[in-house]
Design a protein around this ligand. Sequence first.
Ligand code: DX5
Ligand code: ZN
Length: 217
Amino acid sequence: MPIIAPSMLSADFLKLGEDVEMVNNSAADWFHLDVMDGRFVPNISYGLPVIAAMKKKAKKPLDVHLMILEPEKYFEAFAKAGADILTVHYEVSPHLHRNLQAIKALGMKAGVAINPHTPVSVLADVLCDIDVVLIMSVNPGFGGQKFIDHTIHKIHELKTMIHDRGAATLIEVDGGVTLENAPTIIKAGADALVAGNTVFASANPTATIESLKKITK
Ligand code: DX5
Ligand code: ZN
């Protein structure tokens, strides 16, 4: 069964506590939390105090996706706020290996996100150090965008790379995931699905999470 990570970017911020409870009581596995700085991506979302507040209620791991420049400046702060998985973008990490070690030294799992134009091959020499690769299937910055179909090839290719190295790295896919395309994404080799709009814009978010969870290869 896939790991399901609802993106709280699509939650109702006036009822954030209720939406955290909904995820707690659903079949979801992780909370996906999108942090944007208005510089690496053309949008600003929420940050440390909001994550620390969610941590108080959340009964599942916090999967924090940093879409910010110089993410290494904030690793310690996100560890303190309660991140369990901390993901940095490949595109902002000239010293990716160092970043991965620093995240793990703070007791978190280390993730690397790649934009749609970034080939999976750039991760070849650090793959064994990565706990989760977050393949962006939209250009990061906004929820509710359309899935870029070419992503499917990248999932296949990354799965082969992981298999060839005997690595334990998980593949997470983020952006435009729907009940319709999720089976294809899982078949290609994804272990975890992020879903924002699909979950929170549905009439019954709990049932939608359940439906995503039940998708089999
Ligand atoms: C986009 C974010 C995503 C986003 C996904 O920059 O990284 O996590 O919230 O939202 P949907 O599932 O609506 O595309
Ligand atoms: Zn994300």
